[in-house]
Design a protein around this ligand. Structure first.
Ligand SMILES: *Cc1c(COP(=O)(O)O)cnc(C)c1O
Length: 414
C-alpha cells in the first residue's frame, strides 16, 4: 500500500514544469505558491482541448460548437458549487480573480449602500486587494475605513472588532480566511457570528484558503466570498465571486455591455438574469474550462489530504528553519492555526539578497512586501522572504532551502 506522502510524490509527474532545470542546471524548487501555483497536464490539456475541439462564443448561437462551449463553461459553475458547497449556482459569478471580485463588490454593492459616516472594517494582515478598493470607496463616500489589529503572534485582536461594532456604524466587515504572508488561519466563524448578531454583512477573501483546505460556504455563513483560479492549479485570469442571493439582488451592475442585458433600447436597458447580469462581455471561456479541470484534480486528491500534506511540510519546515542561526520566522508556531506559508528574515540580510543567492540553487521564493504593506508596517519591516508550499512540494525541497540558507550565512559571514 502507498503511504499518503508517496502518493503526493507521485503527483509531481503531472507537472511538466517541475522537470526543468534553472540557472546552473539546478532542479527547480518552486516555493512561491502563495503567488501562483504550477499547472498539471490535466489543466493544460483541458484548455488545449477546448481550443482544438470546442471553441465558440457562448450563450448566443444554436450551432453544435456553441452548445458545447456553453456546456463546458456552465459545467465549471456546477463544479464550483459542489467544491465549496453552494446550493444555488446563480450566486456564482466568474471574474478575473480575487482582486476583480472585491472591486466588483466595492462598486456594485458598495456604491449604492455606503453613505457618509459609515464604517468599513478590514484587517491589518490583508492583501492590498482587500484594502485599496475600500479606500477608494470610503474616500468617495466620505465614509471611514477601520482595521482589526494583529497581535505579535500574527492573530487578529477581535476586541477591536467588538469596539467597532459598538459604534453602530459598521456596514461591512472584510477579512482573508488565510493570510498570504503569515499563513494565519482566521477565526472566521467567530467574526461572522459577531457580525451576524449585529446585522453586518461579511466579505471573505478566500484566495489562500480555497486551494489549501476544505471550504464550506454554507457552513461559513458569510455574504460575499472571493477566490482565484491560478492559486489552485488553474489558469491565470479566472476567479470566482460568490454572493448570497438576497444580497446579490440588491446590487447594481458592475460592467455594462453584452451578455448582462435582457433588452437594450435607446435610453434604457433591462438586466439579464443572475448570474449573467454580472458577467458582461465575452468571458474567459477557455480558462473557466481549465479551472474546472483544476477542481477535478484537487477533488480527486481530497482537500483534507492536501491540508494534511501541507501541515506535515510546514511542521518540518518550521523545525528545520528554527535551527538556522539568526533566522526569524513571523507568525504563530501553532500549526493548527496556520497554513503552508512561512515568512522570515535572516539576520540583517535584505530579503532580496537572500532570494538572489538561493535562486542560484534553483529555489524560487518571494522577497518583498507580498502586496501587504500595511502588515509590513505593523511588523516594522520593509520586506520579508516567503516560502509557500503546495501539493507537489516535498521535504527534500525544504532541505534544499535550508542548505541554501547556509550558503547565505557563509556569504554574509553570519
Ligand atoms: C493573491 C491574493 C489576492 C489577489 O488575488 P489575484 O488573483 O491577484 O486577484 C488577494 N488576497 C489574497 C489573500 C491573496 O493571496
Amino acid at each position: 500500500m502507498q503511504t499518503a506522502e508517496s502518493s503526493f510524490e507521485n503527483l509531481r509527474k503531472d507537472f511538466p514544469i517541475l522537470k526543468r532545470t534553472v540557472r546552473d542546471n539546478k532542479h527547480l524548487v518552486y516555493l512561491d505558491n502563495a503567488s501562483t501555483t504550477q499547472k498539471p497536464n490535466q489543466v493544460i490539456d483541458a484548455i488545449t482541448n477546448y481550443y482544438q475541439n470546442h471553441n465558440a462564443n457562448i450563450h448566443r448561437a444554436v450551432y453544435a460548437l456553441a452548445e458545447e462551449a456553453t456546456q463546458a463553461y456552465e459545467e465549471t459553475r456546477d463544479k464550483i458549487a459542489k467544491f465549496v458547497n453552494i446550493k444555488d449556482r446563480q450566486e456564482i459569478i466568474f471574474v478575473r480573480g480575487t482582486t476583480e471580485a472585491i472591486n466588483l463588490v466595492a462598486y456594485a454593492w458598495g456604491r449604492p449602500h455606503i453613505k457618509e459616516g459609515d464604517i468599513i472594517v478590514t484587517t491589518e494582515y490583508e492583501h492590498h486587494s482587500n484594502i485599496v478598493p475600500w479606500q477608494i470607496l470610503t474616500q468617495e463616500k466620505h465614509a471611514k475605513l477601520e482595521y482589526i489589529g494583529m497581535d505579535d503572534n500574527g492573530e487578529l485582536i477581535l476586541d477591536d472588532l467588538d469596539k467597532l461594532i459598538a459604534t453602530g456604524k459598521v456596514k461591512l466587515v472584510t477579512f482573508s480566511l488565510m493570510s498570504n504572508v503569515l499563513g494565519t488561519i482566521t477565526d472566521a466563524q467567530k467574526i461572522i457570528e459577531k457580525c451576524k448578531a449585529a446585522g453586518i454583512p461579511t466579505l471573505v477573501d478566500g484566495a489562500q484558503a480555497v486551494p489549501h483546505m476544505k471550504v464550506d460556504l454554507e457552513k461559513l455563513g458569510c455574504d460575499f466570498f472571493a477566490f482565484s483560479g491560478h492559486k489552485m492549479l488553474g489558469p491565470t485570469g479566472i476567479g470566482v465571486l460568490w454572493v448570497r442571493k438576497p444580497v446579490l439582488e440588491t446590487m447594481s451592475p458592475f460592467h455594462g455591455g453584452g451578455d448582462m442585458i435582457r433588452e437594450v433600447h435607446k435610453y434604457e436597458t433591462t438586466w439579464n438574469d443572475l448570474p449573467y447580469k454580472f458577467e458582461a462581455g465575452t468571458p474567459n471561456i477557455a480558462d473557466v474550462v481549465g479551472l474546472g479541470a483544476a477542481i477535478d484534480y484537487l477533488t480527486k486528491i481530497g482537500m483534507d489530504n492536501i491540508r494534511e500534506h501541507e501541515v506535515e511540510l510546514t511542521k518540518y519546515a518550521i523545525e528545520k528553519l528554527s535551527q538556522v542561526k539568526g533566522l526569524h520566522i513571523y507568525g504563530t508556531k501553532d500549526i493548527s492555526k496556520r497554513g503552508g506559508v512561512i515568512s522570515f528574515n535572516f539576520a540583517d540580510v535584505h530579503p532580496h539578497d537572500v532570494a538572489q543567492i538561493i535562486d542560484e540553487e534553483g529555489i524560487a521564493v518571494r522577497s518583498g512586501h507580498h502586496c501587504a504593506q500595511v502588515l509590513m508596517e505593523r511588523l516594522n519591516v520593509a520586506a520579508t522572504s516567503r516560502a509557500s508550499f503546495y501539493i507537489y512540494n516535498t521535504k527534500e525541497d525544504i532541505d534544499v532551502l535550508v542548505n541554501s540558507l547556509n550558503i547565505v550565512a557563509k556569504v554574509f559571514k553570519l
